[in-house]
Design a protein around this ligand. Structure first.
Ligand code: URA
Length: 341
């Protein structure tokens, strides 16, 4: 129980770091939360109860305050399910939404173990990809090496898969995310959950398909948690461990531009900086292995902050990326998410 609440607090704190101040919680999720708080409170002596930071039972329905300024998460029932994306339709661009899981399945949390890393393993393996051959063959060899990496496998959740990345081995655009989530570790493919559906729409809005670009992550496994649900950002150590694989992917594909989706992707590519903020990185000239990097918001952030302002901001990053990649841009595309005259 406590582990579940710690995960929830971790997620709330991550939102807070992104600047979110208000979130909306369904009645159902609130009751589930109350049950868990009550269970923890009855299991520990009151004097030492650290659940005081969690919403008390009298918390107003629907809205929990997370402290400082910003965005709001629409009530789950206000969210529509994924719909097909008519290409070039900015109106439908961000309509793929799913309720983020707040309540959890009732499974006992596995024992927590500290991650261990032997950096030499991934460096050596990633470096041993054949120097010649097609990009597809070289990527396939790298993928095999990652699949056999004992450290990656050691951190994998039982029955789940590593996520190497996928797409066009000759892609001009490389989308780099943070780490696989629940859907991704189940399918072994990047960006297949709600954030992935939005990313797919964003890619379609550029006039390209998912198959024409490459999509990967800083991390190759889903960062472990003491619970079976929830996500956490990877640690700097975890990111450093996986970086040789990503580096090699970029080296093989040699894209014209990398799109860093969210702060963790920027930190993974440029080196971890706790003071870095995604808003301050947008629009900057950045590079990874000599390839220009465009920093933008993570699609999950856009799912939570679907104002025209944030949509337009992300789209402007995409326009910059399209310019760097040499893609044609129509007048209509230039005007996506601008107020109608
Ligand atoms: N978020 C990411 O950063 N990567 C994925 O593959 C899925 C969700």
């Amino acid at each position: 129980m406590r582990a579940e609440l710690e995960v929830l607090l971790g997620n709330l704190n991550a939102l807070k770091r992104e600047g979110v101040t208000d979130i909306f919680v369904s009645e159902e999720a609130l009751s589930a939360l109350r049950e868990r708080v009550a269970a923890v409170a009855s299991a520990v002596p009151p004097a030492r109860t650290p659940v005081a930071e969690l919403p008390p039972k009298t918390v107003p329905q629907q809205k929990l305050r997370v402290n400082e300024p910003v965005a709001r998460i629409p009530a789950p029932d206000a969210r529509s399910s994924a719909s097909a994306f008519p290409s070039f339709s900015s109106e439908n661009f961000y309509s793929t939404k799913k309720t983020p899981p707040l309540a959890s399945p009732k499974a006992p949390p596995p024992a927590k173990k500290e991650p261990t890393f032997d950096f030499s393993v991934s460096e050596a393996r990633a470096a041993s990809v054949p120097a010649n051959g097609s990009n597809a063959d070289r990527l396939a060899a790298l993928r095999e090496q990652m699949l056999g990496d004992p450290i990656c496998n050691e951190h994998l959740h039982a029955g789940k898969q590593l996520v190497f990345g996928e797409g066009n081995p000759e892609a001009g655009i490389f989308f780099c995310g943070e780490a696989p989530g629940a859907e991704e570790e189940t399918e072994g493919r990047p960006f297949v959950g709600p954030a992935g559906q939005l990313l797919t729409k964003m890619i379609a809005a550029t006039g390209l398909s998912r198959e024409q670009v490459y999509i990967g992550n800083i991390m190759k496994w889903r960062p472990e948690l003491p619970t079976l649900y929830g996500n956490r950002p990877p640690t700097p150590d975890e990111m450093r461990y996986c970086l040789p694989y990503l580096s090699k992917q970029v080296e093989i594909i040699r894209p014209r531009v990398i799109v860093a989706l969210g702060l963790t992707a920027v930190n993974g590519l440029l080196g971890f900086d706790p003071d870095r903020r995604i808003g301050a990185m947008r629009g900057k000239s950045l590079e990874f292995k000599g390839v220009p990097v465009v920093a933008t918001y993570h699609p999950s952030y856009l799912l939570r902050n679907d104002s025209m302002k944030s949509k337009r901001a992300a789209w402007e990053d995409f326009l910059r990326m399209m310019e760097i990649a040499g893609l044609p841009i129509t007048e209509r595309q230039r005007n996506f998410f601008l107020p109608k005259k």
